[in-house]
Design a protein around this ligand. Sequence first.
Ligand code: 5GP
Length: 183
Amino acid sequence: MRAADIADDIQRVLFTDEQVQARVAELAARVDADYAERDVLLVGVLNGALMVMADLSRAMSRHCAMDWMAVSSYGSGTRSSGVVRFLKDLTVDIEGRHVLVVEDIIDTGLTLSYLVSNLRSRQPASLNILTMFRKPDAATTEVEVKYVGFDIPNEFVVGYGLDFAGHYRNLRDVVTLAPHVYS
Ligand code: 5GP
């Protein structure tokens, strides 16, 4: 689905599919270079990171392993509930492995802090973070994010894996929604 297909729902297009894909290719090249000597395990955070995992892994020119975790922090609203629920764990043991966590978006950083402390306790050989989008408040988190697709304003965005009430994940472009969608 493209932004033009749902023009009435959209307030503003922040990034087109083409811009997102170009940035993913740049990130993939950096990941390839940084992990040239190590086998990387990509850990995708469901559900939002679905698209970035698929595109990033395919844009890489080296092998990577993949696994998934699922957490939920928002319910169906647009503000963090402050509670991170753990819905699905990894299927592999990450002890001694080089883990790259792939996130869709970091807002308050609450979800990421929770995930990182949980994963660190399993003693990976290394642990880095990649996020496609990052909001200004994320700067206050103590977790260092090695790869950032785009820094964005403090607005609720949808598309490229990010939903509102279960919709818009399959939108290729990244947009803000018109006020009527929320009412
Ligand atoms: P944090 O814990 O950093 O506040 O929030 C992280 C999670 O909240 C993300 O993984 C995502 O599921 C959700 N989230 C944060 N900001 C947005 C946004 O602008 N749009 C959507 N759709 N989800 C968001």
